[in-house]
Design a protein around this ligand. Structure first.
Ligand code: CA
Length: 482
């Protein structure tokens, strides 16, 4: 597993993905299968299994305080019987999951969890029923699609993402929920200082206002993530949090329903977020984010407050700019609102900005110099603590306005622009890096690092507008300079 990851990173760093993506994927897939086959072969050898198993577990141990690895008796070929007990006498044996890597990881992790102070009975209950999910553990790279690069916000044009996230149905139902739960929201605003529109917008984005909270078992999905390997440390720490939630009596094992990445309830809390921020707001003695909107919404407000939410300050305001405006000022830097107004920016809706003059804002161009343009205030970054993509936070922002009856953006999306494919973006990144403009990893994702590098290239070579927006025209310009 670790070897395959290393190879993937190696290929990406080398830029082999740029010059031969299909070849790289074929090689990666072959190696990944090879490692699996080798592992399975080794496990089937009675003597070598013990030695190699110990070596593998040492190599894969995520925690520095991991105990000396213990090893299962290697299963006979095709055996599906119970695994042998480990050196944690209070931990009952597990029934095989049908996946050797999963069983190996579980035995090791369960021992470490108990050594970490988790209750052996809770550890066992949490991990007893795990089983391999294709989503994480398929041999087919095309099926196992859990990488950040596959998430919709990085794959779709932003106008597609926004139109599927910010629907008139969500706006009207959100407004209706705010009215139904007015008394609860009054208390939430008083206690946490977070506007109801913001909480409702998060609720709408996360679970379509509670209508879809997922149907995965949180423990199982996190266990699969751990075995898959790329986010093993994260998944294990969330599993430990899941165990603590049960030990505290906050939840029962059966309650732990989640989305595909382990987030739970109406407002999709990860276990560690639950431990830190979940509250019992309807005073029934339980923090029930699955069945109690009051608990879930107050918990989300508690989290937003802790992330720096500013009450009654907008998340963002669509702007107009004077002709000839220097779009390279959309450089991610926060400037005072008074600075922006002195440069001639004004709200699209007319009048003055509905924010304190002392507020700081960033100029953001979701699709470059053509299309909607925004000043973003601190609450935009607070939304991004929920999900780090700009498209996500932007959609939450538009829903925040939408449930209050405001629509936007006013400017038209430049859907006629020819956007780059992931492979094009890799070529762009690679060439920007070669030209000395640091675009970061060659990963095919046009994030802020890539856009910043493109903007600096445009500025240095006198291209106007220097908006950093990666179009086919921009790619041609970079290639011409390479
Ligand atoms: Ca409750």
């Amino acid at each position: 597993m670790a070897l395959a990851q290393t190879l993937e990173q190696f290929l990406r760093k080398r830029g082999t993905y740029t010059s031969g993506l299909p070849e790289s994927i074929t090689a990666y897939r072959a190696l990944r299968k090879g490692v699996r086959a080798m592992t399975e072969f080794i496990w089937k050898q009675p003597i070598y299994g013990l030695l190699a198993g110990a070596a593998l577990m040492t190599a894969c141990a995520a925690s520095p305080q991991a105990e000396t690895p213990t090893v299962n008796s290697p299963p006979a070929a095709g055996a599906s019987g119970a695994s042998a007990p480990v050196n944690a006498p209070s931990l009952a044996p597990f029934t095989a999951s049908g996946n050797t890597s999963m069983d190996t990881w579980r035995q090791d992790f369960a021992s470490r969890a108990v050594a970490n102070g988790r209750d052996p009975a809770v550890v066992h209950a949490t991990l007893a029923s795990i089983s391999p999910l294709d989503l994480y553990l398929s041999d087919d790279v095309g099926v196992a699609r859990t990488g950040i690069e596959d998430q919709a916000e990085f794959a779709k044009p932003i106008w597609d993402y926004v139109s599927s996230a910010v629907t008139s149905d969500r706006k009207s139902r959100g407004a209706q929920k705010m009215s139904e739960l007015a008394a609860t929201f009054d208390r939430i605003e008083a206690v946490y200082g977070v506007n109801r529109e913001a909480v409702t917008a998060i609720w709408a984005m996360e679970t379509n206002l509670g209508s879809y909270i997922g149907n995965f078992d949180a423990a199982n999905t996190l266990a699969n993530m751990a075995v898959e390997g790329r986010r093993q440390r994260f998944a294990e720490s969330e599993l430990l949090a899941l165990m603590k939630m049960q030990e505290r009596g906050d939840v029962t094992r059966e309650q732990l329903v989640s989305g595909w990445a382990g987030a739970m309830g109406h407002t999709q809390f990860m276990p560690s977020t639950f431990l830190a921020y979940a509250v019992d707001f309807d005073d029934d003695g339980r923090k029930d984010l699955w069945n109690s909107p009051a608990d879930a919404l107050a918990s989300a407000a508690n989290y937003l407050r802790a992330s720096g939410y500013q009450k009654d300050v907008p998340w963002g305001v669509e702007i107009l700019a004077p002709a000839g405006f220097d779009w390279s000022l959309a450089d991610g830097e926060d400037r005072r609102l008074t600075t922006w107004t002195s440069y001639g920016l004004s709200p699209m809706g007319g009048g003055a900005f509905d924010a304190p003059e002392t507020a700081y804002a960033e100029l953001w161009l979701p699709t470059g110099a053509t299309g909607p343009k925004y000043l973003l205030f601190q609450n935009f970054d607070v939304y991004k603590t929920y999900n780090r993509s700009d498209s996500y936070a932007f959609s939450v922002g538009l829903l925040t306005d939408g449930v209050a009856g405001k629509s936007g953006p006013v400017a038209v999306w430049p859907t006629e622009l020819e956007l780059l494919t992931r492979r094009d973006i890799m070529v762009l990144q690679d060439n920007l890096n070669r030209l000395g403009y640091d675009a970061g990893a060659v990963d095919g994702i046009a994030g802020r690092g890539t856009k910043g590098a493109l903007r600096r290239f445009q500025k240095a070579t006198g291209i106007v507008p220097a908006d950093g927006y990666p179009t086919t025209v921009a790619l041609d310009q970079v290639l011409a300079a390479s």
